[in-house]
Each structure stands twice: as structure tokens, then as C-alpha cells.
Design a protein around this ligand. Structure first.
Ligand code: BG6
Length: 501
């Protein structure tokens, strides 16, 4: 269902940064190619340095050449390039925002509905909003004005609330679009649709039938050049706090009464608020952390490449020690009738043996047990790299004996000819459409920090040396301390046998 977009100007702060160059500008081009941008829509890229309009347009061509190696439609390019303008906003110029307002006031060049994408340092979010407000650029009396805030929204509950307080001096909640790029992924959006547009799942989706649920994001990549950011952040705040808790909310929430943004967000908020707070006195049984050491990971060409450990990478950048986790696994319970007693195991890691993001649901033992180690049904909603839904079922082996084997019913979400859309494209389109359903409400952000803060604090005060796992290995076996039952274990790849290790 495509919605109508009002003519608008997208004002892109941080236009010379990596996100804009690699995702946002090529993403906007792709939307233009797909005919999803209004004819009059304009893009004003804002950066610190002076760049001529000509040079900026040449730069854009370079970004598109780098992204679309097989070429692109020249006619669309001509149309796209005319939409693009550049504006220098030097931090040293006290009149910079007045000049921006003068530039944007030119109604012939720029539609007056304004969407601001703040791809800037988190410490600058509030300042930019204050300055925009100061010159009247957030005023909605005649046109809409929306502000997209990149992640992270705070680094804990207090800082998120402080940022919120600053923003709401100038903005209504309906103007604030807090991004979590996972919500723009097609496979993540598929969770809610799979659950509620099929009759077969809902009756099973509860503690009567489900043994436990695993939500996993494992990466083979390490922290690379991002040591400063990562060391101050850690796996829990980087991945778990938003991407994985949002995924959990979609897996576990009740059916929204309709698909309006308020209805979807209301159910997610309710769910996030009903996750049982972590008992920090028993944290060792509920959460496990570790750091990768040197090891070998699968390189693109299939050979095992030697890679340094996390602490060695930090040392290279002048940091001598760290207790920041690159692996985090947490057990959660949801205090509502549907999920009473069902553990949710949520884990994320850098430098594991495989890169995969998945929701793996193990069902309870079946009513008929032919032998002690009969396979329990698994339903796997795989997010990436393969987008698919898999169901593992027992079936008779043809022949004279009564014996079963496990079959895997595989439903790929992606079929030949399907569009491939980056999550930022979807989310930018939603921003221009005024559809916040795939953006975070402040109540979601707060519920997420409320849950995560006590773990972060307890870990920060715990000086026990972190468990190390060799890069390219599977989960440290000590992580199984969080399992509720002895027969539970980490589910690996989506292939059959991913439960045998
Ligand atoms: C980012 C994190 O938000 O998400 C990164 O900062 C992580 O550390 C990335 O690698 C994962 O995103 P994706 O889309 O590659 O799964």
C-alpha cells in the first residue's frame, strides 16, 4: 500500500558522513527510481564545510557510482541530481541557522514541509533542534516539520530522559522520529504479518505450547575501526537495548487492534513494560558477558582468516584494558498470562563463528514420544542473511518400521524479482509520509533503558576479568548458565542439525 507524500524538503544534517554517503543519498536515489518521491521533493544536504553546488552534485555522482556498480538510469539521475542542493552550516558561524532559514524560505526552490534527518553526533541532537526552533524552522502553523533522531537515543535512562526534555521544549511527540534501523528491515516487518495474517500461529503462540524463544544476532565481524564508540558502549547497549528488544516486542506483543501507528506502538509499549525487571542480585544466572580473543573467522572467500582479539584492537588504539562485553546473553521473562514461565534468551555477539540474525522458537515435547531424544519442533524466523521462515516437523520414514525423521519446511521470504530495499529507504519514506509506526515512541525507549541500565551498572562494578572466547568460535559454553532447563542449548544455523553441536 503506497501512501501519498506531500511535497517536502528533506534536510540532511551530517551529509558528508558515511551513513549519508553509503546509505541515505543512494537510498533516496533508489526511491526516486522506484517513483516514490514527489515530483517537487528536494534534498538539502547540510555539512560543516563550504562545498559548491557543482562539487556536491559531482560528489553525489561518485556516491551513486560506488553503490550501483552495474550502472543506473541516466534519466532518473538527471531528475535526482536536480533535487539536490548543498548548504554549508559552519559551527563557528553564529548566524548559520538564520542563513539556513533564509535559504529554505525560498518557496520556489524548496517545498515548505520540512523533514530533518539528524545524522550528527548524539551530543549535537538537542543543540541542532534548539537552533532550528530559534529561527522558526520547527513551526508547524502552516506546514509540517519532522525531526528524525539517529541512534542512540541516550546512553541510559537518565540521559534519554534529559534528551527528551530538551527536545520537547521545541517539538511535540508527533514531530519526533526516533530511528531503529531494524524496524525498517523487511524480515523484521514480516514478524508481525506472519503472526497475524496466518491462522495457524496464533493458537500456538503461548506458554501452553512454546518451550522457549531465542532471539539472536551474531556477527562474524569485529569492532573494526569503531573501538572508541564500541568500548564506551558494549554489546548490550549497541544491539540489545534497541534492535533486539524491539524484535522481541514484535515477537511477543498482542495483536494490535488495527495497523495504525498508535495501535502498533501501544501494543509494543505494553509488552516492553511487562518484561520482568532484572534481578541484579541473581544477575549471574540471568546474564552472561564475554569478550573475543584472537582467533580465526571465515573470510568472504571461505578461508579462515586470522584476526586479533578485542583487547589487542584496543591496544592498537592506545587503550590498555577494558571490561566492555562483545558477547551478551540475557534471559528475560514476560509477566503476562500468554508468556508466564517462558524464557526468552536474547544474545548478541561480535566475532562468532557465523553471522546470523534469527528468532528461534522451540515448542514443547509432542504428545507422542517414540524415543528419548525425539526432535522438538522449531519454528525459525530468519532475519538475515537469509530471509525465511522454517518449520521443523517430525515425519514417518517410509518403510516397514515406525520411526520418524525431522523435515524442514522452508519458506523463503525473498523470491526472484523481489525488490531489495535498504531499511533506511523504507524509514525515510515513512518519515516523509508521516508514518511513525516503525519509529520508537519515547515510552519504548524508556522501557528499554529501564531494563538495560541495571545490567550495565552491575557489570561496570563487577571487576571479575571477563570470560574470553576465541574469535570465530561458538558461544562460550559457560553462557549456558542462563538456561532454565538442562535440555536447552543455543540454536545455531537455520539448517537442519543447527540444534546439534
Ligand atoms: C548497529 C550497531 O546499530 O547495528 C553495529 O551499532 C551492528 O555494531 C549493526 O553491527 C548491525 O546492523 P545490521 O543491519 O548489519 O544487522
Amino acid at each position: 500500500m503506497s501512501k501519498k507524500i506531500d511535497p517536502c524538503t528533506l534536510v540532511l544534517f551530517g551529509a558528508s558522513g558515511n551513513l549519508a554517503r553509503i546509505k541515505l543519498i543512494p537510498g533516496l536515489f533508489h526511491l526516486d527510481e522506484a517513483g516514490r518521491l514527489d515530483d517537487d521533493m528536494k534534498i538539502l544536504s547540510v555539512g560543516r564545510g563550504e562545498v559548491s553546488e557543482e562539487a556536491w552534485r559531482a560528489d553525489i555522482k561518485g556516491m551513486l557510482d560506488a553503490k550501483f556498480k552495474n550502472g543506473y538510469d541516466q534519466k532518473v539521475f538527471e531528475r535526482f541530481i536536480k533535487r539536490n542542493h548543498y548548504h554549508a552550516n559552519p559551527p563557528t558561524d553564529p548566524n548559520a541557522f538564520v542563513k539556513m532559514k533564509d535559504r529554505l524560505s525560498d518557496e520556489k526552490s524548496f517545498p515548505q514541509n520540512l523533514a530533518y534527518f539528524l545524522s550528527v553526533r548524539p551530543t549535537d541532537f538537542a543543540t541542532v533542534v534548539e537552533q532550528l526552533s530559534g529561527v522558526g524552522l520547527l513551526d508547524e502553523s502552516k506546514y509540517w516539520r519532522r525531526v528524525l533522531i539517529e541512534k542512540p537515543f541516550g546512553t541510559d535512562l537518565a540521559s534519554a530522559q534529559a534528551l527528551q526534555a530538551e527536545l520537547t521544549k521545541h517539538l511535540k511527540e508527533s514531530q519526533i522520529y526516533r530511528i531503529d534501523h531494524y524496524l525498517g528491515k523487511s524480515a523484521i516487518q514480516n514478524i508481525m504479518l506472519t503472526r497475524f495474517t496466518n491462522a495457524i500461529f496464533e493458537p500456538l503462540w503461548n506458554n501452553e505450547h512454546i518451550d522457549h524463544i531465542q532471539i539472536t544476532n551474531n556477527e562474524t565481524l569485529g569492532v573494526g575501526e569503531r573501538t572508541t564508540f564500541y568500548d564506551a558502549t558494549g554489546a548490550l547497549r549497541d544491539m540489545f537495548q534497541s534492535h533486539l528488544l524491539q524484535t522481541l516486542a514484535l515477537v511477543a506483543m498482542e495483536k494490535p487492534k488495527d495497523l495504525n501507528p498508535e495501535s502498533i506502538r501501544a501494543e509494543k509499549i505494553k509488552l516492553l513494560q511487562s518484561i520482568r525487571p532484572i534481578d541484579v542480585n541473581n544477575l549471574n544466572k540471568q546474564a552472561f558477558r564475554a569478550q573475543y580473543s584472537a582467533g580465526r573467522v571465515q573470510a568472504g572467500d571461505g578461508h579462515a582468516e586470522k584476526v586479533p582479539g578485542y583487547l589487542e584492537e584496543l591496544k592498537r588504539d592506545g587503550v590498555d584494558s577494558s571490561s566492555t562485553e562483545t558477547y551478551a546473553a540475557v534471559k528475560l521473562f514476560i509477566d503476562n498470562p500468554r508468556w508466564k514461565g517462558v524464557p526468552f534468551y536474547v544474545r548478541t555477539a561480535k566475532r562468532l563463528h557465523e553471522g546470523n540474525t534469527a528468532i528461534a522458537i522451540r515448542f514443547k515435547k509432542s504428545p507422542m514420544q517414540l524415543n528419548d531424544d525425539q526432535h522438538q519442533n522449531w519454528l525459525i524466523i530468519n532475519i538475515q542473511p537469509r530471509e525465511c521462515v522454517k518449520f521443523e516437523v517430525e515425519s514417518k520414514i517410509p518403510g516397514l518400521d515406525i520411526a520418524t525423521r525431522t523435515l524442514s519446511i522452508d519458506a523463503p521470504q525473498r523470491q526472484a524479482g523481489d525488490e531489495s530495499i535498504d531499511s533506511y529507504e523504507t524509514l525515510m519514506l515513512n518519515l516523509m509520509e508521516g508514518d511513525p509506526s516503525q519509529y520508537l515512541h519515547i515510552n519504548e525507549v524508556e522501557a528499554q533503558w529501564r531494563l538495560v541500565d541495571p545490567i550495565v551498572k552491575t557489570w561496570a562494578n563487577d571487576k571479575t576479568p571477563l570470560h574470553q572466547y576465541p574469535a570465530g568460535d561458538r558461544d562460550p559454553k559457560e553462557s549456558s548458565v542462563i538456561f532454565e532447563a538442562e535440555d536447552q542449548f543455543w540454536r545455531y544455523s537455520i539448517e537442519l542439525g543447527g540444534d546439534k553441536h
